[in-house]
Design a protein around this ligand. Structure first.
Ligand SMILES: *Cc1c(COP(=O)(O)O)cnc(C)c1O
Length: 338
């Protein structure tokens, strides 16, 4: 048995998803003529109660398009210091948008409204113009932590008061929505733009959807072309997204339950110093001194279990579609033997 906890990006399409892809009607999407992409975009926009959507090859591209649309060169973007847009997108905010970052240390990746407000630059020629706030829900480096919707509403108010745009990196937003029993429309009502990944917990081979109002998406379509993300008959891939939206959302609760089981097994181990609160499908354990995370990962490898050492003393397990209950049980047995 090969059990791969490195990331929720490692999933392979299920037989039923592949079948849906094979049946897809396609056309040239740069001409706006791919029915499967048009369907996916309208489904996502509708589900979030937003006006329009655009299908993108990756979550990195959809975040970067949004940031480019919302900023001017020389602007400042407020986000958490461990935000994907800042630390995992190759310096894209600087190179794609000519903007810089005001990084805030959050609570497991969550920043709050007063932190945002005190980080806004005054209208002063010495200062960069603050124009955008990016939140991440769930927070990847925060161990899958979810925002409290009430705090997001407070951040929205600050953004409105100071005329800032508000973008959500919702790579795993459906994990948060399922875990907290929320309605996607609650998010659509708050944010100026939201990026949703289809290639994470939803199990698609590739793809992200960026949503916003009509003018924003019109602008995003131009930027997507500039970034080289205008695709042709990509409806085969979009059909996987349509299938995932119909079939792979509710099951995320299973991944969350599995994550809790892994957490409980790790909590019993002497080499574990602490575990970030498990709210969704990610488990990040900090090891004690003398127990490098890499060493523990290497001990699990011959048992067919792959985990990621994301720092010297941090071990990450990510639950997903291709991890069954039997695999979780096997992993718990192997953890107990460590
Ligand atoms: C994975 C991820 C993305 C986008 O990743 P791609 O691999 O480019 O699709 C963006 N934000 C977060 C928080 C992620 O985990």
């Amino acid at each position: 048995m090969k059990i791969d906890f490195r990331s929720d990006t490692v999933t392979k399409p299920t037989a039923a998803m592949l079948e849906a892809m094979m049946q897809a009607e396609v056309g040239d999407d740069v001409f706006g003529e791919d029915p499967s992409i048009n369907l996916l975009e309208s489904m996502v926009a509708e589900r979030f109660g937003m006006q329009a959507a655009i299908y993108c090859p990756s979550g990195t591209m959809s975040n970067q398009i949004a940031i480019r649309c919302h900023t001017q060169p020389g602007d400042e973007v407020i986000c958490a210091s461990n935000a994907h847009v800042y630390i995992y997108e190759g310096g894209g905010i600087a190179s794609n948008s000519g903007s810089q970052v005001r990084a805030i240390d959050g609570d497991n990746g969550r920043i709050n409204a007063s932190q945002v407000e005190t980080s806004i630059n005054p209208d002063d020629v010495h200062k960069a113009r603050t124009s955008l706030v990016c939140l991440e829900n769930t927070s990847n480096r925060g161990g899958g932590a979810c925002y409290d919707l009430e705090e997001i509403k407070k951040i929205r108010k600050v953004c409105t008061d100071y005329n800032l745009q508000l973008h959500l990196d919702g790579a795993r937003l459906f994990n948060a929505i399922v875990a907290k029993k929320e309605d996607p429309k609650q998010y659509g009502a708050i944010f100026d733009s939201i990026s949703i990944c289809l290639n994470k917990g939803l199990g698609c081979p590739i793809g992200s959807v960026l949503i916003g109002n009509k003018d924003f998406i019109k602008k995003a379509r131009r930027i997507r072309k500039v970034f080289g993300g205008g695709m042709r008959q990509a409806g085969f891939m979009a059909a996987a997204g349509v299938y995932a939206l119909q079939n792979h959302i509710d099951r995320l609760a299973q991944d969350h339950a599995h994550a809790k089981q892994i957490e409980a097994a790790l909590a019993k181990k002497d080499f574990v110093a602490s575990i970030l609160p498990v709210e969704t499908n990610i488990v990040i354990a900090t090891t004690k001194d003398g127990f490098p995370a890499k060493q523990i990962a290497e001990k699990l490898l011959p048992k067919g279990i792959q985990v990621m050492a994301i720092a010297e003393q941090q071990l990450r397990f990510v639950l997903h579609l291709d991890i069954s209950t039997a695999m979780v049980e096997e992993t718990i047995t192997q953890i107990s033997k460590l």
